[in-house]
Design a protein around this ligand. Structure first.
Ligand code: PMP
Ligand code: GLN
Length: 395
């Protein structure tokens, strides 16, 4: 009887189930498929950075609890990086917080800054942890949908403006944007900044793909725009920039007041993040420009290989200006349900992809879109392209 009346054990999170990334990576393993689903590189980052982690472990640096805000070496390196690339000045002692990946930074920021009933505007499709973190904070998610226009998923600034209400607490931004690959332009960011100032909103901006921008696209941190430094919480991560996604080193930069607030939540989530990796990432952030340029060139070439393969296989391809991901439209293949398509794809041709629909509140809007990751070795991308071109996908 008691069992029948008992509410679900995870009431606030019951709707979220298992993340799509875990589900699809397990499917890839089970079917022996090429995994172009979850975004992780299939080669490790710079050898010297791995050696720096080994050195830190051997030298006993970070093997016991590091300081709550992160080791001073990493906090200083983060501030140097923000100054070097964007001219942004932060105080390493009061304006930086090291987190267990960007995921914890986002969760801690939302838990600290959102009160039950507050509305949080997020660009849809949104990275899956946003929805769960907003729910954990007791907030209400208000999606603003990016729609394909001129071969790019584009933010409608009027829609964004209309989404703001008296209950809006913050905008949760992501640029370069996962999964669409859109990089917000200066004009778009200027309009977002003007809105945030006008309505006195905070902005949490997830910039984990800051170094992965291609062609003419430029990553512009929101905090560099007028009026934004004092109301922006910027989230960074070493995972994508240095190809060590398993190390889970992230950081938050913001004013002392905002960093203190975020830290109040972080300290009860993980208390601190793994020590030795922090020393290694401090060295990584100081790598010369050639490293960052090389990473971009490498990924740009991989983007080309996969774009070409997907186009030849009959997908409509939205060329991404940034990130690891290509969003495609499957309707030219005679398909319209991305979830069913991705569930069937491993059996049909041995490739795993992610259905963008899971990143939408308005699932029907995302139904025909499917995301492929190109952060893999060229030969793997070529093999995937060949498989996708086969009869199973209509190619
Ligand atoms: N934000 C976005 C947009 C992502 O794609 C990811 C995945 N790397 C994260 C946050 C999480 O980053 P981390 O692995 O550092 O927690
Ligand atoms: N950010 C990665 C992606 O979008 C996945 C990270 C994760 O599995 N949580 O593929």
């Amino acid at each position: 009887m008691a069992a029948m009346t008992r509410p679900p054990l995870n009431r606030r999170l019951a709707a979220f189930g298992t993340t799509i990334f875990a589900e699809m990576s397990a499917l890839a393993v089970r079917t022996g498929s090429i995994n172009l689903g979850q975004g992780f590189p299939d080669t490790d980052g710079p050898e010297e950075i791995r050696e720096a982690a080994v050195r830190a472990l051997r030298d006993g640096r970070g093997n016991q609890y590091p300081p709550g805000p992160g080791v001073p070496e990493l906090r200083t390196a983060v501030t140097e990086h923000q100054r070097r690339y964007y001219g942004l000045a932060y105080d390493p002692d009061t304006e930086v917080l090291v987190t267990a990946g960007a995921t914890e930074g986002i969760a801690a920021a939302l838990l600290a800054l959102v009160e039950p009933g507050d509305e949080v505007i997020a660009l849809e499709p949104y990275y899956d942890s946003y929805a769960a973190s907003i729910a954990m904070a007791g907030g209400t998610r208000v999606p603003v949908t990016l729609r394909p226009r001129d071969r790019r998923f584009t933010l409608d600034l009027d829609e964004l403006r209309d989404a703001v209400t008296d209950r809006t607490r913050l905008i949760l931004l992501n640029t370069p944007h996962n999964p669409t690959g859109t990089v917000l332009t200066r004009e778009e960011l200027t309009a977002i900044a003007a809105l945030a100032v006008e309505r006195d909103l905070l902005v949490v901006t997830d910039e984990v793909y800051e170094h992965l921008v291609f062609d003419d696209a430029e990553h512009i941190p929101l905090a560099t725009l007028p009026g934004m430094r004092e109301r922006t919480v910027t989230i960074g991560s070493a995972g994508k920039t240095f190809s060590y996604t398993g190390w889970k080193v992230g950081w938050v930069t913001a004013t002392p007041e905002l960093v203190t607030a975020v830290r109040s939540a972080k300290q009860y989530l993980t208390y601190v993040s793994a020590g030795p990796f922090q020393y290694a990432i401090a060295e990584a952030l100081r790598l010369p420009d050639a490293f960052f340029d090389g990473l971009r060139a490498d990924l740009r070439a991989k983007r080309e290989v996969l774009s070409r393969g997907l186009t030849q296989a009959g997908f409509e391809v939205y060329a991404p200006a940034g990130t690891y991901f290509i969003t495609t439209d499957i309707r030219p293949l005679g398909e319209s349900d991305g979830v069913a398509f991705c569930r069937a794809l491993p059996e049909r041709c041995g490739v795993v992809a992610i259905p963008n629909a899971v990143f939408y509140d308005h699932r029907e809007q995302g139904a025909p879109f499917v995301r492929f990751a190109f952060c893999k070795r060229v030969e793997v991308l070529e093999e995937a392209a060949a498989r996708l071109k086969g009869p199973a996908t209509g190619g």
